[in-house]
Write a protein that binds this ligand. Sequence first.
Ligand code: FES
Length: 55
Amino acid sequence: MIVCVCRRVSDREIARHARAGMNFDEIQFELGVGTQCGNCECAAREVVQQCCATQ
Ligand code: FES
């Protein structure tokens, strides 16, 4: 599922980076998620948190 429409970033892509040990800021820098309109930021942070909670 696409989380960030502006940058076409999927939840899978965010989760993959989170599992690799990156925090939200690092993922944002790497993928650009949430750097345009910002509407996706909460959803993207949630994906990262869910990944961290299940590790
Ligand atoms: Fe992610 Fe706009 S939807 S920055």
